[in-house]
Design a protein. Structure first.
Length: 255
């Protein structure tokens, strides 16, 4: 498979505190990856570096061979890396559809004059954005809520909406930060099926942080396990499940 993303010896230091000591990973096109570890292991810091929220204090990040280290989050997103957050970042007072349209507008060239005049080209663009956004809502099973105010949705549906919004941005790599957080077991199971479906439909690549091991082990094809800012194990789910370093990190005892 083609290599989509490479993180080469990435480090992140905050005022002398090394949150990530050494993160090296190779992400191949079309696969689903997991990033696990106990609280404080450095997982979210890694996602922040990959998405441009943080600039690594050491190392490189390559997207399809291009060095993207230090690019702004909006630049990284336009190149195809989009993300969700641990805490929902929806436009709570806008409708579900409007939230997704915002994501779909990322690659649109705005033309204020065309918008004021309502030119045919502008109207076609608006129709395209709406149709595309409705398709993304359909993929996440929430198209019936298109006209609902986003903040009034149940929490599990808000999580789905967040994924629908980033899907509308035509991503190459989805970075999902605890997408199943706050969901009940049935909702988590449905989320696993939907993530797998969108990966297959769009040939997307996914990297997710998740504390729910059932989600990680059933969904991910390859897993990176972190502790104290560095990778302690990597491999397929069966290897990670049996790895003594992972068991010790989670259970606090050697095996």
């Amino acid at each position: 498979m083609a290599i989509l993303l490479e993180a080469q010896h990435c480090q992140m230091t905050f005022r002398g505190l090394q949150a990530v000591k050494d993160f090296t990973a190779t992400i191949e096109q079309g696969r689903i990856y997991g990033l696990i570890g106990t609280n404080g292991a450095g997982k979210t810091t890694v996602i922040n570096m990959l998405s441009g929220v943080l600039t690594p204090t050491g190392g490189k990040i390559l997207l399809e061979g291009r060095d993207i280290t230090g690019l702004r989050p909006d630049q990284v997103a336009r190149l195809g890396i989009v993300r969700t957050y641990q805490n929902l970042r929806l436009f709570q007072k806008m409708t579900v559809l409007e939230n997704v349209i915002i994501g779909a507008q990322m690659h649109e060239k705005s033309n204020v004059v065309a918008g004021i005049l309502g030119t045919p080209a502008y109207r076609r663009s608006e129709r395209h954005l709406k149709e595309k956004s409705m398709e993304m809502l359909g993929l996440m099973g929430i198209e019936d809520h298109a006209g609902v105010i986003a903040g009034s949705l149940p929490y599990g549906l808000q999580r789905r909406l967040e994924i629908a919004r980033i899907l509308a941005a035509d991503p190459k790599l989805l970075l999902l930060d605890e997408p199943a957080a706050g969901m009940n077991p049935q909702e988590s199971l449905e989320l696993v099926d939907r993530i797998r479906h969108i990966r297959d439909k769009f040939d997307l690549t996914v990297l997710l942080i998740e504390h729910d091991m059932k989600v990680i082990m059933s969904l991910c094809q390859y897993i990176y396990a972190m502790a104290t800012g560095e990778i302690i194990a990597q491999g397929v789910p069966e290897e990670i499940r049996a790895d003594p370093k992972v068991i010790q990190a989670y259970l606090g005892r050697a095996v």
